[in-house]
Ligand binder design. Sequence first.
Ligand code: BGC
Length: 750
Amino acid sequence: MKQVIRTVIVAMLVASVGTACGDKTSSRGNDEIDRKVEALLSKMTLDEKIGQMNQITSGGMQIYVTNQIKSGGIGSILNEIDPLVVDSLQRIAVEESRLGIPILFSRDVIHGFKTIFPVPLGQAASWNPQVVENGGRVAAIEASSVGVRWTFAPMLDIARDVRWGRSVEGFGEDPYLTSVLGVAMIKGLQGENLSDPTAVAACAKHFVGYGAAEGGRDYNTAMISTEQLRNIYLPPFKAVAEAGVATFMISFNEINGIPNSGNGYLATEILRKQWKYDGLLVSDWNSVGEMQNHGFVKDDAEAAIVALNAGIDMDMENHVYAPNLKQLVKEGKVKESQIDDAVRRILKLKFQLGLFENPYVGKRESVFYAEDHLKKAKEAAIESAILLKNENDVLPLKESVKSIAVIGPMADAQHDQMGTWVFDGDKTHTVTPLAALRAEYGDKVKINYVPGLNYSRDLDKKQFAQAVAAARSSDVVLFFGGEEAIMSGEAHSRADISLPGAQKELIAELAKTGKPLVLIVMAGRPIEIYKELPLVNTYLFSFHPGTMGGPALADLIFGKAVPSGKLPVTYPKMVGQLPLYYNHKNTGRPAQDELPMIDNIPLEAGQVSLGCTSYYLDAGKDPLFPFGFGLSYTTFAYSDLQLSAQEIKTGGSIKVSCSVKNTGAREGAEIVQLYIRDLVGSVTRPVRELKAFEKVTLKPGEAKTVEFTLTADALKFYNNKDEEILEPGDYTLWVGPSSAEGLETSFVLK
Ligand code: BGC
């Protein structure tokens, strides 16, 4: 029987998902808290106010810290996770400082506190908001149990160049997918209400355009037009602002010559005035002071003025506000009312979190690595893995497979499979693929394990002969490769994104055995693999899958689980194609399907004999795999694409429906994607834009009709005059399995 699935109305993303973490926890309209804030503020000295704006990294119980707390000189402490120390410091603040204002303890909990989920880019591959929300909830429960009530996640930076090490921390290249998943993570972190003791205030970072760093080199300059800023980089931030994210972080980078820490247009004009966001704004670590390195201000005092004017409420480890603001008020260079506004927002958050009523952690039962947390981490790792090639259906392994060679530096890498930004995850809890295969499937198959290389950058080939021998004596070879955790994340950009060390050579040796070869890559970014791809039968890309990555992969390998992940980023053939993204512009000379390539160019070919179109002679026009792509152990057929009308009117909407059938022999999940193209615009429009998606699970032979509502509002865009516009005209619409495929139709916006 056919079922109909209706999905979220595209333009109502925020309204539809915002309620759970939105106004209940937001300060808007919360008169009682506002009254408490005003009452407290009226008692504060200027020093105490400035103290609230000061966030320092933990120095434990050192005398300089405790003295500062006593005098009301610290508003927030970063990186203290010993609950005894948290409570001791808090006791000083609450019982020994004049006004007893509690400290807000914070920590980067990016994809798990103890139980580590897949890296955020991996979670994005699930295209499943519930997976991301679960990750946020588990992280919040564990982190809050030691006193962490504020975290610096989610990262919403759109990244179109995977050389950028921090691509791993976000949800990929698409503004819509990032918006949906960003809202989901906030819902998980903040829970139903910030006053719940397991709620952790989230922070939308890094506002904004940090991912546009030139050349993918971290912290680098970004040049972003108004149209791109509004249409690509800002939408995820707007979505979470409307959904009630408690705080924002201003990014390190400069855009178009102005460091964001000093750019009032972004924080004050867009965030506060246009979006009416009233939560707390924190700087990035030392980013205010670094405006001196940018060559934008001459000293700390000037940095403090510029940052305060730009709207930054709290100074994260800059040590710029605390020593300078009082003098600047005296000199009339900043107004005390500006300081009052910042302090209001800080106090408000502390009240919302219930810190005045319940400042202490106390004695709590451990919640780390709880069974339910591990279960959810495993589900996330299963849904994050993307099957990119599966020649001869080597996976899942057949009953006839009696022995497997497990080879490669990531087969048993307890630390590295957790990925970047793991401060608290204990590697001894990580279950690796080797351990899971032995524990869960060791009675079914003989496992011949030879690492071959001890770590991803290992160049020593002395284990190669042994690895090849293990491959020869096995029915199937599983090669677990990739990059170590340290090779992605902050300040860890790469110019060569291929497999490091001697992994490529080892794969080539293993391929020579003629045994079915499965490549499983754990990494923080798509790894350049086009030369190795023809040598392997199967390619499963799992990102760094976290604590439960091993059991997840073992189940996928043996078919207890079925891959369903799809790429949240375009997968390049070669690093030289970067930046590369599906929602690019068409250019005046788009590439044709048939292109002359470097190896086929005749000698002394005439200057224009190859045609004049936009592509690379050596890499062509296409990526290795398009955004949205991923295979399954089953197959899906799309049919019967229908629109409820051929026209959308301003303010109106149409229904889009499409039938999706499981045409294979296994149950599986498909991520059905809706894209549009606005054919003519007063500024040029992308060749495709994702507007909706839905993940559907189908039994063999089962068909479902997936229904989307596309609103006219979802077709609005910004021009370079910073005007939001809706232009009547013709559109193409696709529903399909990736950004490069799909059934096609058209409609008109009237
Ligand atoms: C990073 C932020 C992070 C902060 C605190 C900075 O270096 O850019 O993302 O939240 O440090 O650790």
